[in-house]
Design a protein around this ligand. Structure first.
Ligand code: CP
Length: 300
């Protein structure tokens, strides 16, 4: 695997298996174990988040601490020179000049992350890039599924809702052919990709009967002026005890977060024993530790 991770197109199934195996090993370690804390003297990781985040930023921050990398964090524009009009590109050039060992970047679509990665002389990890992709989220989703269903090629993931604006969906479309799982879609017409290129279920019930994994996606109100009535959205596409009666007992319920409660799902879903939503978050730390360790290679 190349040290930079902007998308999943260039990954291989072998590289992903290696990352998952390393994440498993890291998850098995305990404080006090000989290698639990790898102190890497003077090495930093720049976490540059031009857009809001809770899970991804704090997960990478936790992963940095466990990997003995000191995180230096830009958390949105507030209090930075972005407020004075400095561009995202200039911000990245200046942070790169501080010589972190790796940069983790979240931005909107307008940043050309590929162009930046080609000029910055360090590994760049995409932590959510507009609608283009969220590769570490898709990897951690599959890492979480794999704990329950080892045979990924037999999994049928139903993406529900705002697929058109979802970078998580975009990354799953890249990852599925590598690992062999199937994806089908359901949701309002205006939330589906213009050319879906895969099975689309007309009703949530039909989709849930087909799925081994039901993955609800956040209605991204900040990315489009939705005309959607959120209450009727929930009635038609929301996960709740009634709709989930169509999902088989061994299936899994997931959401990348943050959740719009009462829209994508009702609060009772968190108590459903098929829900692995917080396991996605827990496993994500080990997965990101593994990605950071791969990115910085033998340094430290
Ligand atoms: N899943 C995800 O990217 O969440 P955050 O926006 O909180 O990082």
């Amino acid at each position: 695997m190349s040290a930079t991770l902007l998308d999943l197109k260039s990954m291989t199934a072998e590289a992903i298996a290696r990352i998952f195996a390393l994440a498993d090993h890291l998850a098995s370690e305990k404080p006090g174990d000989r290698d639990f804390f790898r102190f890497r003297r003077g090495l930093t990781a720049a976490l540059v988040f031009f857009e809001a985040s809770t899970r991804t930023r704090m997960s990478f921050e936790t992963a940095c601490h466990r990997e003995g990398l000191h995180p230096i964090v830009l958390d949105s524009a507030l209090g930075t020179s972005l407020e004075k009009g400095e561009s995202a590109e200039d911000t990245l050039f200046n942070i790169a000049a501080m010589r972190p060992s790796v940069m983790v970047v979240r931005s909107n679509d307008s940043l050309n992350m590929e162009a930046m990665a080609s000029v910055l002389k360090m590994p760049i990890l995409n932590a959510g890039w507009g609608r283009k992709g969220h590769p570490t989220q898709a990897l951690l989703d599959i890492y979480a599924i794999r704990k329950h269903h080892a045979n990924l090629a037999k999994q049928r993931i139903l993406l529900i809702g705002d697929i058109r604006h979802s970078r998580v969906a975009a990354s799953h479309f890249e990852l599925a052919p590598l690992l062999g799982y199937e994806i089908a879609l359901c949701g309002p017409e205006s939330f589906l990709p213009e050319t879906p290129g895969r099975q689309v279920f007309k009703t949530l019930e039909e989709g849930l009967k087909w799925a081994t994994v039901a993955m609800a996606l956040r209605v991204q109100l900040e990315r489009h002026p939705s005309q959607t009535n959120l209450q009727s959205y929930h009635q038609e596409w929301g996960l709740n005890p009634q709709s989930l009666s169509a999902l088989e007992a061994s299936a899994l319920i997931m959401h990348p977060g943050p959740i719009n409660w009462g829209v994508e799902m009702s609060p009772e879903v968190m108590k459903d024993r098929r829900s692995i939503i917080l396991d996605q978050v827990s496993g994500g730390v080990f997965l990101r530790q593994a990605l950071l360790r791969e990115a910085i290679g033998g340094i430290g």
